[in-house]
Design a protein around this ligand. Structure first.
Ligand SMILES: Nc1ncnc2c1ncn2[C@@H]1O[C@H](COP(=O)(O)OP(=O)(O)OP(=O)(O)O)[C@@H](O)[C@H]1O
Ligand SMILES: [Mg+2]
Length: 243
C-alpha cells in the first residue's frame, strides 16, 4: 500500500498546561514526507507535549502547525485524523477489557458511518498482523506487552494515516519484540508514510532515523541527519541522557 504523505512543519510552538507557564517555548521542526524524524531529549523536555500539540489534543498558545502547506494548528483530534495525522500515545493505550477486534475497531472513527468499510479495514489489519488473528476475541489486557503494542499499531493504521506520531514505542518490551516494532516503523516509512518518533532508546531510534532533533527544556537543541548522530553527536546526546 503506497501512501502520499505531505510535509509536516512546526514553527515557534509555545504551549503548556497552565496559562503563562509554557512547557514548549518556541519549538521548530520539519518532518519530511516518507521519512522517519526522531525527537530525543531528557525526561520532561516536552517531547510528548509536542506530539499532543501536533495531534490536536493540546491547543498551543502560539505557533503554527502546517501539513502540506495547510494550517492545521488547534484542529481537534478527530479532524486531524481526517487529515491523515494519527498519534500513538506514550504508555499502554489498548483498552484491557475490550477484545482485540474491538480495540482495532476503535481506530475506525472516520469510517463509523460505513460498517462494511470498517469491517474490511479491521480484516485488513488482521491480515497485516496474522499473529493477532487467533487472539482476536481475547481481552487485550490478557495479551503480552508486544501483542498489545501490535493491537495499538493496528488500531492506529485503520484510517490509513499518512503521518504517524509515535511516542516511545518500545518501552517495556523485550529486545526482540522492540526490534520488531522498529522494523515495523521502517516498513510503514517504506509505504510512504511520514513518521515522527519520540524515543528514550537513543541507539535504536538513531538507527532508524533519517533526521534527528534534540529538545531540551522546551526548546530546540542540536539537530542533524542520522550520520551526524551515529558519530560524536550521538555519544554526546547519550552522555546527557545518561544512557
Ligand atoms: N497533563 C499535564 N498537566 C500538567 N503538566 C504536565 C502534563 N503533562 C506533562 N506535564 C509537564 O510538562 C513537562 C513536559 O512533559 P512531557 O510529558 O512533554 O515530557 P517528555 O519529554 O515527554 O518526558 P518523558 O521522556 O518523561 O516522557 C513536564 O514538566 C511534565 O511534568
Ligand atoms: Mg513523554
Amino acid at each position: 500500500m503506497k501512501v502520499n504523505a505531505p510535509l509536516l512543519q512546526v514553527a515557534n510552538i509555545v504551549a503548556g498546561y497552565i496559562p503563562g507557564h509554557p512547557i514548549l517555548r518556541g519549538v521548530n521542526l520539519r518532518a519530511e514526507p516518507g521519512k522517519i524524524t526522531v525527537i530525543l531529549g531528557p525526561n520532561g523536555a516536552g517531547k510528548s507535549t509536542l506530539l499532543k500539540v501536533i495531534s490536536g489534543f493540546l491547543p498551543p498558545e502560539e505557533g503554527v502547525v502546517k501539513l502540506g502547506g495547510a494550517d492545521i494548528v488547534a484542529l481537534p483530534p478527530h479532524r486531524l485524523i481526517e487529515h491523515g495525522v494519527a498519534l500513538l500515545p506514550q504508555g499502554r493505550s489498548a483498552f484491557p477489557e475490550l477484545s482485540v477486534v474491538e480495540n482495532i475497531e476503535l481506530g475506525g472513527w472516520t469510517l463509523r458511518a460505513d460498517r462494511k468499510r470498517l469491517r474490511e479495514a479491521v480484516a485488513a489489519m488482521l491480515a497485516r498482523y496474522p499473529h493477532l488473528r487467533p487472539l482476536q476475541d481475547r481481552a487485550a489486557g490478557s495479551l503480552s506487552g508486544g501483542q498489545q503494542r501490535a493491537v495499538e499499531i493496528a488500531r492506529l493504521l485503520v484510517p490509513n494515516p499518512s503521518v504517524l506520531l509515535i511516542d516511545e514505542p518500545s518501552v517495556g518490551l523485550s529486545p526482540i519484540v522492540a526490534h520488531q516494532v522498529y522494523q515495523e516503523l521502517v516498513a510503514l516509512k517504506e509505504e510512504g508514510r511520514t513518521i515522527l518518533l519520540v524515543d528514550q532508546d537513543v541507539r535504536a531510534a538513531i538507527k532508524v532515523a533519517d533526521f534527528v532533533y534534540v529538545l531540551n527544556s522546551g526548546r530546540n537543541d542540536v539537530q542533524g541527519d542520522r550520520s551526524a548522530f551515529e558519530g560524536d553527536l550521538g555519544a554526546m546526546v547519550r552522555g546527557w541522557l545518561g544512557v
